[in-house]
Design a protein around this ligand. Sequence first.
Ligand code: ADP
Ligand code: MG
Length: 304
Amino acid sequence: AIRLAQMTGWISFTLLAIYGHIGEVEDGMHTLTPPHTLVDAPDATELKVDKGEIVFEDVTFGYGRDVGGVEGIRLTVKPGEKLGIVGASGAGKSTLLSLLLRLYDPEKGRVTIDGQDISKVTQESLRAAIGMVTQETAMFNRTARDNIVYGRPEATEDELISAAEKAEAHEFILDMEDHKGRQGYEAHLGERGVKLSGGQRQRIALARAMIKDAPILVLDEATSALDSEVEAAIQEALERAMEGKTVIAIAHRLSTISDMDRIIVLDHGRIAEEGTHDELIARAGLYARFWDRQSGGFAREAAE
Ligand code: ADP
Ligand code: MG
C-alpha cells in the first residue's frame, strides 16, 4: 500500500511537472491547457540515447483550424550542440519544446532522438532523457529534498547537496522554513508550502536537472526579470549544467543565448532565420531588429 501511494505520488508529480511547465502566463491569462494524454504504443521500445542528436523532420502541428502551432520545421540539433530559439510571443517556441517532450504528436513529419521516432518509444524513457529548467516548473507538495531528487530518486545526500550548490540553490534552501516549522531540505514546497520566487523555482529546477544528468537539456527562460546578481549566478550555473549536453534554450533576453552554437528565429510557426549571433546580426533581419531594440540585452520587446 505504501508503494502504491508512493507511485501515485510520483505519477501526479510527473503530471504536475509536465503541465506546470506548459502553463504559461501570457497577456495576463493562464494559457494552460492540459493536452490529451498520449499513451505508449503497445510495441513501444525504450529510447536509447548515446549521442543526443535531435531531429525535427519537416514537422507540422496546429492546435486547431488555423490557430497557432508550427509548420514545416526542419531542424537538426547535433549531439552536444547548444541551440537558442528566439521569436515573438506566439511564434511557436514553446510548441516546439512540447513536441520534443511529446506532449503532442506532430500532424506531419516526426521528431527523432538518435534516430528513434519519439512517438514509438515509452514516455518514461523519453522523459528520462530530457532535463527541463523553467521558472514555471511546478513544485510538488513535498520537501525541498524530494523536489530535487525527483530527478533521480536514488541519489545520495552528497549528490543532493552538490547539485543544489552547483545550481546556486543550497544557500536559500538552508534559510527556508515552512508554516509547520520544517527547515532547510525538510521544508515543504508547493502550493501549501514555502512560496518560491521565479528565480528560486528556476534554481530548484536546475538542481533537479543536474542530479538527473540527462543527455538533453531544455531551457525555457521566463520573461520576468531577475535581479542582476541572481541573474549572473544562474547564468553561471546554467552554463555548468549545459556542459556535454545537447541543449535547446528559449531565451527572451538575447544576451543569454548570444554565444550559443546556433540560434533559430521562429516567426509565425516557421523558422525564419538561423545562424550564429554574428551571422544573424550581419543579416540585418528579425534577429538583428530584436537585438537592436534591446537596451542592455533585455528583449522586452522581442517577447511582445
Ligand atoms: P511562444 O512560446 O513562441 O510564445 P507558443 O508555442 O506558446 O508560442 O504558441 C504558438 C501559437 O500557438 C500561438 O499562436 C498560440 O496562441 C498558439 N497556442 C499555444 N498553445 C495553445 C493551446 N494550448 N491551444 C491553442 N492554441 C495554442
Ligand atoms: Mg512560450
